[in-house]
Design a protein around this ligand. Structure first.
Ligand code: 6PG
Length: 243
């Protein structure tokens, strides 16, 4: 598949490059639509970017936080203070350091609300539907990662969620720790206005080469290759991942 890619010397440079691009999209979205809705992901690569974003705010407050809305494209089905929670990671890296109104932070519900993962997925989808109204769930920016077997968000190879056309959020069992997760389906991820994949580290070299060799049909067995939103996808690699 063709990849619109930017290659950086290391993960720090990648994060700086991605943050610059993110801030540009934030400004444009707020100018054009008076808000910036971003779908965040978990993983080590975005964590660096979140810390950098928080640092850049300390030096020079620049985000109109009342217009910024944070969502998560996937979440582990664990309590919000669990070490594995993507929300917890984002709170510690970013949210705790910025002046965003609590109402603009939209984490996925966890087992702390004592419901089944399926009910939590429905509740999160209801939050999304309330936010987007009758419009398509087109995030201004989606930050996604790439797993070594081609997963993105919590869409793993062979997952029934990959074929989902109607539901926006699903509870899935992933071959990873922890297995229970909530994930946006391609019905959402294929709407994004802007999508960044952040991919760093030599352990990603093999899957990046495999994706490059895939046909451009969108039918790939690799979930990441099936994310083909109208706004296009920009790949941010460090040298080690780019091969
Ligand atoms: C998750 C993530 C996941 C992640 C990739 C890449 O919750 O597990 O959202 O999809 O983005 O596994 O993670 P790294 O950036 O740590 O390689």
């Amino acid at each position: 598949m063709k990849m619109d890619a930017r290659v950086f010397s290391d993960a720090d440079a990648l994060s700086r490059g991605a943050l610059d691009a993110l801030l540009g999209i934030m400004d444009d979205s707020i100018r054009q639509r008076s808000r910036f809705a971003i779908a965040l992901s978990g993983g080590h690569t975005p964590e660096k970017l979140y810390r950098l974003w928080a640092d850049s705010e300390k030096k020079k407050a620049r985000a109109p936080w009342d217009k910024v809305h944070l969502f998560w494209s996937d979440e582990r089905y664990v309590p919000k203070d669990d070490p594995l929670s993507n929300y917890r990671m984002t709170r510690e890296a970013l949210i705790a350091h910025i002046a965003i109104p609590a109402a603009n932070v939209h984490p996925a519900p966890g087992p702390d609300a004592a419901r089944t993962p399926e009910a939590a997925a429905e509740a999160y989808e209801a939050d999304l539907r309330k936010f987007f109204g009758s419009a398509l769930p087109a995030f201004d920016l989606q930050l996604l990662g790439l797993g070594p077997e081609g997963h993105t968000a919590s869409l793993f190879p062979g997952s029934p969620a990959l074929e989902e056309k109607k539901r926006w959020v699903m509870a899935v069992e992933a071959p990873a720790k922890p297995p229970r997760r909530l994930t946006f389906t391609p019905a959402v991820l294929n709407q994004g206005r802007n999508t960044f994949f952040l991919v760093a580290g030599a352990d990603k070299g093999e899957i990046v080469a495999a994706l490059k060799a895939e046909p451009d049909s969108g039918e790939s067995r690799y979930p990441a290759a099936r994310i083909r939103p109208p706004g296009g996808v920009l790949w941010f690699f460090d040298k080690a991942a780019a091969g």
